[in-house]
Structures are given as structure tokens and as C-alpha cells.
Design a protein around this ligand. Structure first.
Ligand code: F0G
Length: 434
């Protein structure tokens, strides 16, 4: 076996097929560690470039194209893939100008099969459930992990169980979990409590947990970074900017960059900026306070995907900050929704949490941390259709405490030819902000 589980704190190792989410000695988070040196196929840029455009499973997936760095030993016929990944990296000069940087690219993870980056983690996690012969998989979720779990469980022919918060789950996400046939429980608790509950219930009932505390999820999510850098022809950007909630992505990105560098596939490590919503900013506070004392917060933000007060992957995210010379920033809901409106207006579109990447880039440029000459890759984590209420609420000025800076007003007309012609003749377009 080329892979093992290893505690990030005390280094205790466990066999790869043990059902375990944290170290039984010290309670630390676990990494999946691959023994790259023992692989028959040497890992090179060419190996991964030769698979671009593949029509065959599993290399047709933007996750499994990098199989040697995701889960080298897993037999191809156990891989559960839709396939995912192969998302676009958009070059967005107008948004770059608005944010104040030379070059900005947006990696659109909303273009995954269920509309979020979670599919990259879920293909790896459900594949491991398959390897272990688990009959049920479960997660707590703000809505995207659950959509993804429901879809991949259905693909694998196993039961998906999802714990949803009772308030503020975006409509598109609620619909997906139900539609894909998962057992859906809406629970009178927030995400952080639901995560505790799902872990206890799963322990009692022998269900496999697929939240990002499961290290296989993070192995899959490393491929966001692999793919973005491959799309840049292996030229490393100065910054990667990503929204932070439960901090799974941030953790996966750090490990991805560390490993790419170790293997010589990149010559330097870009800096990572994690952007949290002001109302759900425990890592920002911890970082700003010099990592003195971590305190969970009671989370509240319009970006419901990242409405998380006690991120489970905190220690891995701190490690990422060390590996990448990273920073943590916060943005307000107003900034999130204005930035989302601009991303949407380019025709690309994203859900609110994703817009942290653009809003955070602008803020870090204003603070002089990202320099105007830098090249930035921002990650859009979810699709514009996930949260239609937030989008329509913004453009119709119905959101509490938010004054839309870039609204696109919905015009109303009767069944009246002359009225319609008059409206269209007089429609005034504000000068575009981008
Ligand atoms: N963006 C979106 C659209 C998300 O759905 C999430 C997390 C994040 C960002 C934050 O990513 O947790 O890796 O820091 N959503 C989870 C869910 C919590 O249940 O769907 P993270």
C-alpha cells in the first residue's frame, strides 16, 4: 500500500482502510499520506498533461487525472466519478482592474456536476466508502456538501443521509438533496451543532462520515489547485484566494501546494489568502490575534454556505498559512453581494460565498498586501443558481442591511406594445463599474 493515515500532531499512523477521522491518541486531525517514492509511475507534469482531454474513466475526471496524487492504489473499478472537475479558469481583466491587480483568473468550481467544488472531495470520499464497503454515508451541511453527497451516494448505489440546518439553507441546495434521493433531515440546530450530531449518530449507527473532517475529501479537493496550475501551464500565480468556512478547501490547498513543490512540479509556493465573512470569522480573529486563543463565534452571514462558527479543519488551515506565507481576511455582507453582482454581470456568475474571493482580493490590494503587479487566482466555489433568493433580493433591494451598489432592476410592463416600446426606448444604463 502506497498510502497511510497519519495524525498531523503526533504522527501516529493508521492503516488506510481503518474507519477513523481523528487520532485515537491525541485527537488530532488526520492526513492521507502517499508514499510517492514507491510509485511505479514517476510523477511528472507530462504524466498529467498527457491525460488532458481523456475520454476514459477515471482520467476523464479533473480529479482522477491526478490519481497518483489523490489515491494511487485504489482500483479504477471502485472509483465513483460523474466525472467532476475540468472546470474553467476564466481570465477576467475587467474584474482585475476593479480589484486593482494586474492579472486575475477565476477558477469556477460551480461548474462541477452538482454546482460546487464539493464534488471533487465527494468523488474521493464516496470512493473510499466503496473501498470500505460502507452501506450508508452522511454529512452535516450548509447545503453544498449535502447536494454532492446525495448525488454521489446515488451514483454509487448507497444510502446518503444529510443533516441540514433549519434556517437559511439556500433553495437550490435544499432541492438537490431531496431530488437526488438522500434521506434528508432538517434539524433544529445550526451547522456547527449538526456536525457534532452527525458524528455521534454515525458512530452509533456505523455510518461513514463525509464531512471535510474525512481526510479523503481533502485529497480530492487538492485537485482544484493541481488543475488551476496546470491550466496556467504550470506557471505559479502569486496568490490563490479562497473563501473559508469549515476550512476544508484551505487545508487541501496547502497540502496540494506543499506536495507539488516537494515533487518538483512547481518551483515556488504561491501565497494563500483565506477570506471569511465578517459574521463568521473565527479564523480571521485567531489569525489577527497572532494565533493566541481560538474562540468559536455564533455565525451569521448572507453567504449561508460559510455560516460556520467553529471550523473543524482549523489546525490544518493554520498549517496551510505556515506553508504558504498565507493571510486571513474578512469581508462584510455588503462587499460580498456587490462583488457577486459584478462576477454575475460578466456572465460567469457565482453564489454569495464564492464572491469572497473577489471582495477579499480587492480588500487585500487596498491594504497593500496583494501588490498591483501580482497575478491572482480566485476560486469561485459555487454556481449562481444555488441561491436565487440572495440574487433576486439584492437586485430588488430587499436584503436587510445591504444597499445594492450594482443592481439590475427587474422592469415590469403590461401586455401593452406601446408601453414596452417606451420602456425599452428610455431604459437608462448606469455606467458599468467594470
Ligand atoms: N463556498 C461554498 C459555496 C461552500 O459551500 C463552502 C462550504 C465554502 C465556500 C467553504 O469551504 O468549508 O472548505 O472552508 N460549504 C460546506 C457545506 C460547509 O456544507 O456545503 P470550506
Amino acid at each position: 500500500m502506497a498510502s497511510i493515515l497519519q495524525c498531523i500532531n503526533c504522527g501516529t499512523q493508521y492503516p488506510i482502510n481503518e474507519v477513523i477521522y481523528e487520532c485515537s491518541k491525541c485527537g488530532g486531525l488526520l492526513d492521507v499520506i502517499h508514499d510517492y517514492a514507491s510509485l511505479e509511475t514517476p510523477i511528472t507534469r507530462q504524466l498529467f498533461d498527457d491525460r488532458l482531454g481523456s475520454l476514459d474513466k477515471p482520467h476523464n475526471s479533473g480529479v482522477w487525472r491526478f490519481k497518483e496524487m489523490i489515491y494511487p492504489d485504489v482500483p479504477d473499478d471502485l472509483v465513483v466519478s460523474r466525472p467532476e472537475g475540468n472546470t474553467n479558469l476564466y481570465h477576467v481583466p475587467n474584474l482585475a482592474k476593479w480589484a486593482g491587480v494586474n492579472e486575475l483568473y477565476l477558477k469556477h468550481e460551480g461548474e462541477n456536476p452538482t454546482g460546487s467544488f464539493k464534488d471533487r472531495g465527494m468523488t474521493a470520499g464516496v470512493t473510499q466508502a466503496n473501498v470500505l464497503g460502507m452501506k450508508r454515508v452522511a454529512c452535516a451541511s450548509t447545503g453544498n456538501t449535502s447536494s454532492s453527497l446525495a448525488s454521489y451516494a446515488a451514483t454509487a448505489g448507497i444510502e446518503g443521509v444529510i443533516f441540514l440546518q433549519n434556517k437559511q439553507i439556500a433553495l437550490g441546495k435544499l432541492a438537490q438533496g431531496i431530488a437526488y434521493g438522500a434521506t434528508c433531515l432538517q434539524i433544529n440546530a445550526d451547522f456547527d451543532r449538526n456536525l457534532e450530531l452527525v458524528r455521534e449518530v454515525s458512530e452509533r449507527l456505523g455510518i461513514y462520515v463525509l464531512n471535510s473532517v474525512n481526510p479523503f475529501r481533502l485529497e480530492g479537493q487538492k485537485s482544484i489547485v493541481f488543475e488551476a496550475i496546470q491550466q496556467l501551464r504550470w506557471q505559479v500565480p502569486d496568490w490563490i484566494v479562497v473563501p473559508g468556512g469549515n476550512l476544508g478547501n484551505s487545508s487541501a490547498f496547502g497540502k496540494a501546494l506543499f506536495e507539488l513543490h516537494q515533487l518538483g512540479l512547481i518551483d515556488r509556493i504561491p501565497r494563500l489568502a483565506i477570506i471569511q465573512a465578517h459574521g463568521a470569522n473565527p479564523l480571521y480573529r485567531y489569525f489577527s490575534g497572532g494565533y493566541n486563543e481560538f474562540e468559536p463565534v455564533k455565525a451569521d452571514t448572507i453567504a449561508t454556505a460559510i455560516k460556520i462558527g467553529n471550523p473543524v479543519n482549523r489546525e490544518k488551515a493554520v498549517r496551510t498559512m505556515e506553508w504558504t506565507g498565507g493571510v486571513v481576511e474578512e469581508v462584510h455582507d455588503q462587499q460580498i453581494m456587490d462583488a457577486k453582482s459584478l462576477v454575475d454581470s460578466t456572465g460567469i456568475g457565482c453564489e454569495p460565498a464564492s464572491a469572497c474571493s473577489l471582495a477579499g482580493t480587492k480588500k487585500l490590494v487596498e491594504k497593500g498586501i496583494i501588490r498591483p503587479g501580482d497575478t491572482v487566482v480566485g476560486v469561485l466555489t459555487g454556481h449562481v443558481l444555488k441561491d436565487p433568493d440572495a440574487t433576486i433580493g439584492y437586485h430588488s433591494n430587499m436584503l436587510e442591511d445591504i444597499t445594492p451598489q450594482y443592481p439590475n432592476k427587474l422592469l415590469q410592463a403590461g401586455d401593452d406594445l406601446e408601453q414596452i416600446i417606451e420602456i425599452l426606448s428610455n431604459v437608462k444604463h448606469e455606467e458599468s463599474a467594470i
